[in-house]
Design a protein around this ligand. Structure first.
Ligand SMILES: [Zn+2]
Ligand SMILES: [Zn+2]
Length: 161
C-alpha cells in the first residue's frame, strides 16, 4: 500500500456531485452509500463478486445488479479504476491514491504495487513524440512472485530426490 494523496473532497461528496451532474440527475441511495464507505475504508484490489461477498459478511445488503451498476458509475466518476488481471476485472481506488503500477502473480493472485519515475518519464517522452495528451495509463506485469517462485524451486528439488 502506498501513502494516500491529499484530496479536497471526500469520495462520498465527489460521487454525489457526479450523480447530480448527470444529464438526468440520479439519487444517492443507501446501498450506494454503504458500498462507497465499504470500498473507501481500505485500499484494495477487488472484483465485484469479492466485494459483494465481503459486504454480505459485514452484514451489509447490496444487490448484485446495484453492485455492478455502482462500480461502473464509480469508475466513470473517477473514484475507482478498472484493472484487468488474469481473466477477471478488478477495481481499486483512483481518487485520493497515488498513480502506481502493478506486479501480478498468476499463481497466488498477489498484487504488488510500485512506483517508478523512469516509467513516467518514458511515457511522457512517447506521448510528446505523438503529440498525445495522456489522461492515464495501466501498466501490469504478469509473472510469479518470490514466494511462489521459491515454492516452485523447492518442489523441483524434491522431485529430483
Ligand atoms: Zn505468488
Ligand atoms: Zn493498485
Amino acid at each position: 500500500m502506498l501513502p494516500a494523496v491529499e484530496v479536497s473532497q471526500s469520495p462520498e461528496s465527489k460521487f454525489r456531485e457526479y450523480l447530480a451532474s448527470r444529464p438526468k440527475p440520479q439519487r444517492y441511495t443507501g446501498q450506494q452509500r454503504d458500498m462507497l464507505r465499504f470500498i473507501f475504508a481500505q485500499h484494495n484490489h477487488f472484483d465485484a463478486e469479492q466485494l459483494i461477498d465481503e459486504m454480505k459478511r459485514s452484514g451489509l445488503r447490496v444487490s448484485r445488479a446495484t453492485a455492478y451498476r455502482t462500480l461502473a458509475k464509480l469508475v466513470d466518476a473517477g473514484l475507482l479504476r478498472r484493472l484487468e488481471m488474469g481473466p477477471r476485472m478488478f477495481y481499486e481506488h483512483d481518487y485520493g491514491y497515488p498513480a502506481h503500477e502493478h506486479l501480478y502473480c498468476g499463481q497466488c493472485g498477489k498484487v504488488i504495487e510500485f512506483q517508478n519515475p523512469a516509467i513516467d518519464a518514458v511515457l511522457g517522452d512517447v506521448c510528446r513524440q505523438h503529440n498525445f495528451q495522456i489522461s492515464g495509463h495501466t501498466f501490469l506485469v504478469r509473472g510469479t512472485c518470490a514466494e511462489c517462485n521459491r515454492a516452485r524451486v523447492m518442489k523441483r528439488r524434491l522431485d529430483l530426490v
